[in-house]
Design a protein around this ligand. Sequence first.
Ligand code: AMP
Length: 466
Amino acid sequence: MSFADLGLSDELLKTVTDAGYTEPTPIQASAIPSVLMMRDIIGIAQTGTGKTASFVLPMIDILAHGRSRARMPRSLILEPTRELAAQVAENFEKYGANHKLSMALLIGGVSMGDQVKALEKGVDVLIATPGRLMDLFQRGNILLTGCSMLVIDEADRMLDMGFIPDIEEICTKLPKQRQTLLFSATMPPPIKKLADKFLENPKTIEVARPASTNINIAQFVVPVAAQSFEKRKRLRQLLKQDEVRTAIIFCNRKTTVRELNKSLKQHGFRSGEIHGDMEQPQRLAELDLFKRGEINILVASDVAARGLDIKGVSHVFNFDAPWHPDDYVHRIGRTGRGGATGVAYTFVAPDDAENLDNIEKLTGQKIDRLELPAVVEEERPGRRRRERAPREETVEMAAPADAEVEAQPARAPRPRRDEPRFEAPRDEPRGGDRRRDRRRPNAGEAPDDGGWNGPIPDFLKVTLTV
Ligand code: AMP
């Protein structure tokens, strides 16, 4: 099937060709004609499958006719995090280049005043995180009665972050006569319930998990000792021997991200970091350095990197084996994109056996073990003692306040008393995050949706005419 068979306008076909796409991905081939026919859709698909274009492209054609009115957006896209919202905005900018649609991005941390002004002018596409949208709604700055198209993206992630009550409330504010598209990587019962309640006769489209079927990713388990300095040595060895062009290195905790990045830099690597304690502009600046090739290694936490579309990543390293098998699929999906080949190394310490087992069960494949000789590394003068200092061990065993997963494994280390608590940002899910509260030892911790203060990069300006 070609893009020309999907029913998109000539302008969009040109945009797609300009983007370098030769054929639609499976989710695009199935979803685009149905969206254009105004059907509700349940898309069971992950990032990396081309799902964003599967709703953005037909939305542009549908919205091309008609005009926006003050405070009454014509369509609404809900995203769980600011990064994903920003990424969808980028997609609108790219695919909507030949159209004149106005767009607003409502995300926490950006001045309310600017967002209100944008809404006053009227927007065709509103992209929002649920918390900030509810805030503005309750202040009377926004009316959803003119919103005839709703996209709920990454619904399972919304569930993890406790946003489902907000989404239910938002759905009731939209007109009953509307088109609803729901995308989720998995369909746990609460998402199924949500879909049953708010979608009309939806067409369900399921596409294969890219990572579990992506034969372009060579996956290896690297047995390692539990000590972080040993893991870092092994990492340096692989980074040097494997002609790593670009790598994302995932850690389970923010502290590990910081420490590892610092250590890599000290060893002369061009690395950067991205985690939930960083201000948004900082995170975007690091990403930009990575995208521009000024750094070629990005040390990341799951939440900060989730769903981010970074092209041409040759290697993914799981410096820590992920606690949740789903995270493994997400992490290694950062490489081997668009037909390119990639390599994914997962460090597995003796304590990680169960995590590895879960990963292999989920992906249905046994991952090759890589038995490597002991690392012989030239120590930098004066560094040896520091490398082995006990402080390093303490860092590795950081408190759960620093962990970036919603659920803590049963054997998670206990909180250190002196660990600073994460301050709840303003677009924290309202009404408390019951699910998180139940599962986490330190219930007040917010999802990784940290504050945004400071200048907004160009592509994130509150209103963009695309
Ligand atoms: P997504 O799943 O929406 O995060 O998209 C993943 C990546 O696939 C993005 O970099 C898109 O630009 C790219 N992409 C989307 N559609 C196509 C296509 N038909 N052909 C090639 N790449 C695509």
